[in-house]
Write a protein that binds this ligand. Sequence first.
Ligand code: GAR
Length: 196
Amino acid sequence: MKIAVLVSGGGTNLQAIIDAVASGKITNTEIALVISNKESAFALERAKNAGIEGKYISPKQFADKEEYSKAMIDTIKGAGCDLVVLAGFLVVLPASFVSAFENKIINIHPSLIPSFCGDGFYGLKVHEAALARGVKVTGATVHYVDAGTDTGPIIGQKAVYIEDGDTPEILQKRVMEQAEWIILPKAIDDIANGRI
Ligand code: GAR
């Protein structure tokens, strides 16, 4: 299976996928392409270091969302990818993109969906909201992407305890280490090996 990984930032989830492919935790999978909507994203550096093709494609480069969508579809289909992995990708993808890859896009979200998800809940904001609400358990979710925001079928979840003194940054790191970097590679391996 060939995958395209879409990123916007630091790319620690991308790194977890790269490492899992290298160590054999993910099998039958080649990371064919990494696409970032931010030119300066460290994730592109991680792709380069791993010898993976990295591309910068941003909605800003196109007249409208449909032109952007078409360029993304052409690039990903042109690379022969069977699965699109959103790994910290913060652009809301147009409906035309989602329907071009029906049941072939997965996303990692840093909470236990349906808590703290949907429009406006991304990155540190998710952890700020969890701490503000005072929940004692949070976590991460891998799910298929459908036309809504964080509404698609859930593939996997892992819970993470909140601890006294947590800041959004500390909590974000714990959720990544204890949940995201585990369940995202596992979901890819499960899909690549026909277990989903
Ligand atoms: C991760 O915590 C990911 O779950 C989150 O952004 C971070 C990206 O980190 N994604 C979302 O909030 C999507 N709604 P990374 O670039 O180091 O992988």
